[in-house]
Write a protein that binds this ligand. Structure first.
Ligand code: P6P
Length: 348
């Protein structure tokens, strides 16, 4: 029976990527090895995030652990690492030990990490190990976001290898730690979602070929910044609340955790926005490891991603922690926003 076949034909993320990569005879499985190490990091973070509340409860997280209280004062109890610091260390170790990376950029590290020559490969990974981590204590979903560039040869890695437009990425994705652990990935040909089956320790294909609805009924933005918005953003949000064409008003959904807001937008449609405002002219979200990966996914799912000035993936970052305004989501909804900015541009 088809249902049984589905149940017994376990399409794990590794099998899925191997199938995809087998279409490229020249590929030597390096990407699959890299991805497996990213998946390992995600499994670790998923497990740690799920215990975080408990760890706090039994007094481990964020305090000197109990051994310190018994030993004399010259010993230093091992401070329980904050989850985002711990996640960062786990991802860096996993990526370096994969032997497939040459330069890493993490939200947690001021400088890029150049991988030691003996462990170098052709991939550059930019990532936020635990985006939205300020939401952990109230149980809101958080996530890991990553983007992958590839270098052409074995030159000494430099920042130029990662200061590339998002359209040069070979893959991007996120792992959301919520009621379930869901990894959403694109290698440039569509978007697929995998859910961790804890009993197997495997990510199983649960959302094949995700396509974002062409138009949505939801808008997602921090309305608390409304007094600082520019004209087009204010006008778009006004139209969502008081549609001129008599259509029903849109719903506002804002979780405040990018991975959760983007995941809902991808599946249900609509727009997610972090616009520029007078306080932050470049917006808040980071280009390399928030804007680019989510824009890459949106375009691969049939949506769009716009900075207010240009296609997000065409942006060329100048520094590894650059920020950019971002409007992403359903194709038609983003067209509306682009039209408002174009009209504004004509006035200037
Ligand atoms: P605000 C979380 O801190 C984060 O980086 C993103 O995950 C989220 O979309 C955004 O900031 C929320 O920012 O200013 O609305 O609280």
């Amino acid at each position: 029976h088809a249902a049984d076949a589905h149940r017994t034909d376990l399409m794990t993320i590794t099998r899925f990527v191997l199938n995809e990569q087998s279409k490229y005879p020249e590929s030597r499985g390096d990407f699959t090895i890299l991805l497996n190490h990213i998946v390992l990091g995600c499994k670790f973070v998923c497990s740690s995030v799920n215990k975080a509340g408990l760890a706090k409860l039994i007094g481990l997280a964020g305090e000197i652990n109990i051994q310190a209280s018994t030993c004399s004062n010259e010993c230093f109890g091992e401070e329980q690492k904050k989850l985002d610091v711990l996640s960062n260390e786990v991802f860096i170790k996993a990526l370096v030990s994969s032997g497939r990376t040459c330069i890493l950029v993490s939200e947690e590290d001021e400088d890029a990490i150049i991988v030691e020559p003996s462990k170098r490969g052709r991939y550059c990974v930019v990532f936020d190990p635990l985006d939205g981590s300020s939401n952990i204590d109230c149980g809101v979903s958080i996530g890991t976001i990553f983007g992958i560039y590839m270098v052409k040869d074995d030159h000494e890695p430099t920042l130029a290898d990662v200061l590339q437009p998002g359209k040069q990425m070979v893959a991007a994705g996120y792992c959301m730690y919520g009621s379930s652990c869901t990894l959403v990935l694109s290698t440039g040909k569509g978007v697929n979602g995998f859910t961790l089956d804890p009993s197997l320790g495997e990510f199983i294909l649960t959302h094949p070929d995700i396509r974002i609805p062409k138009k949505g009924k939801i808008y997602s933005v921090n309305e608390g910044n409304a007094k600082n918005w520019d004209g087009p953003t204010a006008k778009y949000v006004e139209n969502c609340k008081f549609p001129k064409d008599g259509s029903p008003s849109k719903s506002l959904r804002y979780i405040g955790s990018m991975v959760a807001d983007v995941h809902r937008t991808l599946l249900y449609g609509g727009t997610f926005m972090y616009p520029a405002d007078k306080k932050s002219p470049s917006g808040k979200l980071r280009v390399l490891y928030e804007v680019f990966p989510m824009s890459f996914l949106m375009e691969n799912a049939g949506g769009q991603a716009f900075t207010g000035k240009q296609r997000a993936l065409d942006l060329v970052p100048t520094k590894i922690h650059d920020r950019s305004p971002i409007f992403l989501g359903s194709y038609d909804d983003i067209e509306e926003i682009k039209a408002l900015y174009a009209a504004e541009g004509k006035k200037e």
